[in-house]
Design a protein around this ligand. Structure first.
Ligand code: NAP
Length: 517
């Protein structure tokens, strides 16, 4: 079993009790009393807190008591003597676990005192912990062996900062190899997924904050995020993994959408944010790490900036399957890993866009005069989809030479932005970032150029109703929101992941709630 432990990090007894109550209410399975946060710490105070914590729930939660040293990110620099007295008092009060830093335990005086306290314990077990806040340990496996050799009855806790996602594999490997109780995961934004995978791989404990303001380590999620967003309660060793690979990734709607769809379809799958900094080399390293570790259970990925071309190149190199239009676009946003490690890539962006246009009532695109504004990544996918459907496309872009290049590839026209004054298209698609939050007053097309008989599609989806779409509505033009494109591409991706069609209205609800529209 993996315990979901919540740190209690308060300056005084009253605040600690409040935090304990919140943690119990929100579903904590264990509490970690961080006594190094308490002002005027003494043994009576910790004993009183332990008694209060045990009384807070009908079935008292297991407790870890720790008094972290300053060098291991403790809050107040209490001397070793007091820290050990506090832990000894916790042993006397019969807590389940005390946590002492391995580096402090190696001091023979400290070790003797901790061993003496534990020799009188009825049930308390020792967690020997090592944290590296700077980056990975030189040899995390060696560190594990040292701890076990020094005190075989200890539960080792090894936690380090992952500076990038590929730093996490040493921790995951070690966790998968240990059959005894151990606590192993990574801190930092890139380590976030390991806090969730800790349950699948059987870490003895994973930590989450009861409230955002009481988080005690970088990358620590809240209980609410862990349970509601990442489906923590449903995770077991058979859970299949999906995720979105990109940088940045924090604002991606995809984990919200796909996890909600997995829950709705009652599938034993979770979807993780995978912050992959770097470029081609880092992307390839990540994919090889995942492919070499089938036991992790990764089955598919959404791919976003800056890795869409890397995904395509990777699958090309492995002679995997490439959806023809993804190859033409030169970018993939979906990568699947088959049971035989066969890789497949697709691009659901163009389909998301063309489906949104068709759903708005434009059933036939053949011969339709279309203005595409922008010549970046989304414009490529949109132009590929539109030209394949036979639309007559002109590309307008600020950097004209980019419009010219894209037009040459897809056999269409191009023009500078000021030519929009002669706009005569029946369909206009904004593929620039103009109008996107927070610059919501920006628009790529002066309102006077819009006409009643136009359909106006803005691929920007945050906000769903952009300034361009508001202007178009004022001209009584038909409007198509980027949110529809987002929903369609996510639905197509879910279908590729699972072979099932998701509930479109659920995706809309989840995305809209997040975008507050
Ligand atoms: P990108 O590759 O960086 O391309 C950005 C485009 O916007 C370029 O054509 C650029 O022109 C133009 N642009 C940027 N700032 C401008 C300005 N101030 N004035 C005029 N043109 C400007 O970005 P992308 O990946 O194509 O994404 C574009 C937008 O698509 C995003 O902002 C997002 O809102 C939207 N999007 C929607 C979905 C969906 O599912 N609905 C999915 C992904 C993205 P230059 O070539 O001159 O720089």
């Amino acid at each position: 079993m993996t315990y979901l432990a919540v740190p209690i990090a308060a300056k005084d007894f009253k605040e600690a009790l409040r935090q304990i109550r919140v943690a119990v209410t929100r579903g904590a399975e264990m509490l970690e009393l961080r006594s190094d946060y308490l002002d005027s710490l003494n043994t009576e105070l910790i004993t009183k807190l332990i008694t209060a914590a045990k009384a807070e729930s009908e079935k008292p939660l297991p407790l870890i008591v720790t008094c972290r040293s300053k060098s291991q990110d403790g809050s107040i620099a209490y001397p070793d003597k007091l820290r050990i007295e506090v832990l000894s008092a916790a042993v006397k009060a019969n807590v389940e676990f005390i946590d002492f830093e391995y580096e402090s335990f190696r001091d023979i005086n400290n070790q003797e005192k901790i061993r003496l306290a534990l020799s009188q314990a009825k049930r308390t077990r020792l967690i020997l912990s090592a944290h590296n806040f700077e980056g990975p340990f030189d040899d995390v496996g060696g560190m594990y062996r040292h701890i076990m050799a020094t005190y075989p009855a200890a539960i080792p806790k090894l936690v380090y900062t992952a500076n990038q996602i590929n730093d996490c594999f040493d921790a995951l490997d070690l966790l998968s190899r240990t059959s005894d109780k151990a606590i192993i995961f990574c801190m930092g934004r890139a380590g976030l997924a390991t806090r969730i995978l800790a349950k699948k791989l059987g870490s003895f404990v994973t930590f989450a904050a009861a409230e955002r303001k009481t988080a005690t380590a970088p990358g620590q999620l809240t209980i609410e995020q862990l349970k509601d967003l990442y489906r923590y309660d449903s995770i077991d060793e058979d859970t299949q993994l999906f995720g979105v690979i990109g940088d940045p990734i924090e604002h991606s709607l995809s984990p919200l959408v796909h996890n909600a769809c997995f829950a709705e379809a009652d599938l034993n799958c979770i979807y993780l944010p995978i912050l992959l900094a770097g470029n081609r080399d880092e992307f390839y390293d990540f994919m090889y790490c995942v492919i070499g570790r089938r036991w992790l259970g990764f089955k598919g990925f959404s791919i976003t900036i800056p890795h869409k071309q890397n995904a395509l190149d990777f699958v090309t190199q492995r002679r995997g399957y490439i959806e023809p239009l993804a190859e033409i676009i030169g970018a993939a946003n979906t990568l699947l890993l088959g049971p035989d490690d066969k890789t497949k890539v697709y691009n659901t962006d163009y389909k998301g866009a063309t489906d949104a246009i068709v759903a708005a009532g434009i059933k036939r695109l053949r011969g339709v005069d279309t203005a595409v504004i922008g010549a970046g990544g989304v414009a490529r996918a949109v132009v590929a989809g539109l030209t394949t459907a036979g639309a007559n496309v002109t590309i307008y872009n600020r950097t004209v030479r980019k419009a010219q290049r894209l037009a040459a590839e897809f056999n269409c026209q191009f023009a500078p932005l000021d030519e929009l004054k002669n706009l005569n298209a029946k369909l206009l698609v904004n593929c620039t970032s103009l109008g996107m939050y927070p610059n919501v007053d920006a628009t790529p097309v002066p309102t006077e150029y819009l006409k009643k008989d136009m359909a106006v599609f803005d691929t920007v989806y945050n906000p769903p109703l952009t300034r361009l779409l508001k202007d178009a509505k004022r001209h009584h033009a038909k409007t198509i929101s980027g949110l529809d494109m987002f929903i369609n591409q996510a639905a197509a991706q879910f279908n590729l992941f699972t072979g099932k069609d998701p509930d479109i209205e659920l995706i809309r609800e989840v995305a809209s709630e997040h975008l507050k529209c």
